[in-house]
Design a protein. Structure first.
Length: 189
């Protein structure tokens, strides 16, 4: 699950985390939360936030290159391994205004935060409380007063989206699996 960082969410989006230093010249391994390296490499300016919520001034990106599951990044004013190691564990933010426009029906996950989620038959599940990447796909965390639903963002799951609500088409059993109200532990044929 994604680490929790405290930052002004109306201005910034959390796109990754600094995993560790790389080499001796101050490079950093950044783990993109989207699972896609281009979510980091397309930005020329990043803002870092410490696990305690301290915002660092925005810094220019000098270079990026894709690693295995991370992006190796060189930031201005980070000249050696010691400086890089001090930043390990920091969250990586970009300003919302700097996000590129998406084509077609594309959207950013942060745009779903706080909106209501309904099923096609009109059942209100709750509101989007967060999201994370499980390594295969993005997962929406939907909460109401008593239940939490983990909704995988797979093709066809969202059938309608606007600024106030999402309508989803969950496969049979998904919602019961999430709440534990289904046929728990019955493995007999």
């Amino acid at each position: 699950m994604v680490d929790n960082y405290s930052f002004p969410t109306e201005e910034y989006v959390l796109i990754g985390k600094i995993g560790k230093a790389h080499g001796l010249k101050g490079e950093l391994k950044i783990i993109p939360f989207s699972g896609e390296s281009q979510s980091i490499t397309q930005h020329r300016k990043l803002t870092l936030v410490s696990p305690q919520g301290q915002l660092y001034p925005s810094v220019n990106v000098l270079s990026t290159r894709a690693g295995n599951k991370e992006v190796i990044t060189r930031l201005e004013d980070v000249a050696d391994r010691n400086q890089a190691e001090e930043l390990c564990g920091c969250g990586v933010l970009v300003q919302k205004k700097d996000l590129p426009d998406l084509e077609g029906d594309g959207f950013y996950l942060h745009e779903l935060d706080g909106i209501q989620v309904r099923t096609e038959d009109g059942r209100v599940l709750g509101k989007v409380d967060g999201f994370f990447d499980n390594g295969v796909q993005d997962i929406l965390v939907v909460k109401d007063t008593k239940d939490e639903f983990l909704i995988p963002l797979i093709p066809g799951m969202i059938v309608e989206r606007n600024k106030e609500y999402l309508v989803i088409a969950p496969p049979p059993g998904l919602l019961e699996l999430n709440t534990g109200h289904g046929d728990k532990g019955n493995l007999s044929p």
